[in-house]
Design a protein around this ligand. Structure first.
Ligand SMILES: [Zn+2]
Ligand SMILES: [Zn+2]
Length: 257
């Protein structure tokens, strides 16, 4: 079945023992995947993994906002100009795990949105327990942004509506399949199919059938199946639409099938 994983961290340590095999499993069922950095080092590693069917996203996660100085911004800018880098991220705000003070998260986010606008790249945005501030900052930058993905969407239908108004694509991860995630499924129902994406955020957030274990990109099909049954569409058709959406936001050509 055709699909893509628009957000995973296959460069990270949990895959050190079987990265090649995991990528191989992914590319047997998926057209391509996006490997996302969360600081300068993991962004470099994401780029180093990139290839024909592996795209890279480079940037600084709000967890690491405390170390996002001018040198880190310059490092991200240099990486972002390389081929196969399709977006800036992941960036955003996380007030749930406040590993960096909020006062540092906001400028870290804004400087990366400005960089994305400068380079004509979309932004991959992380928002947890910070939706009002995320929306306010995005509203300021949206007119200059080339595109935006609200990754691992964790809000309600109202936040989904705000994100859609701001031009974002909305990406759902394995937590969509959790029995208690009815609010999330309700939000997914409110997102038009031409703005939907799916992702794993691997190694985190394995879908219900693998819950508690390490997640991997191949599992994205479980989230696709869940979304397809919510929307009352064949998973193959929705997968095809999601590939088109992902190509549109990341400015990738749609490969002939
Ligand atoms: Zn994230
Ligand atoms: Zn992530």
């Amino acid at each position: 079945m055709g699909c893509v994983d628009t957000h995973c961290h296959l460069q990270m340590a949990p895959f050190d023992g079987d990265r090649v095999q995991t990528l191989d499993r992914a590319l047997r069922s998926l057209e391509w995947i996006v490997v996302v950095g969360d600081n300068l080092e993991t962004s470099r590693a994401a780029w180093a993994m990139s290839g024909d069917r592996v795209h890279a996203v480079v940037g600084c996660h709000p967890y690491h906002a405390g170390s996002f100085d001018d040198a880190a911004l310059a490092g991200v800018r240099e990486l972002a100009r390389r081929p196969r880098v399709v977006a800036i991220g992941e960036t955003g705000l996380d007030y749930f795990n406040e590993f960096s003070p909020r006062a540092l998260q906001r400028p870290c986010f804004e400087r990366q949105l400005a960089l994305a606008a400068e380079l004509g790249l979309p932004a991959v945005v992380h928002s947890r327990a910070a939706h009002a501030d995320t929306a306010a900052i995005l509203r300021e930058h949206a007119p200059r942004l080339k595109g935006c993905v609200m990754h691992c969407f964790g809000g309600d239908a109202s936040f989904a509506g705000q994100c859609l108004e701001l031009g974002c694509y909305i990406s759902f991860a394995g937590n969509l399949t959790f029995p208690k995630a009815s609010a999330l499924r309700e939000a997914a129902l409110a997102v038009p199919v031409d703005r939907l994406l799916v992702e794993t955020d691997a190694p985190y957030l394995a879908p219900q059938c693998h819950r508690g274990k390490r997640c991997e990109p191949a599992y994205v099909t479980h989230t696709l199946d869940c979304l397809a049954s919510l929307k009352g569409l064949p998973a193959e058709d929705l997968g095809e639409q999601i590939i088109l959406n992902a190509c549109a936001v990341f400015n990738l050509p749609r490969a002939a099938r």
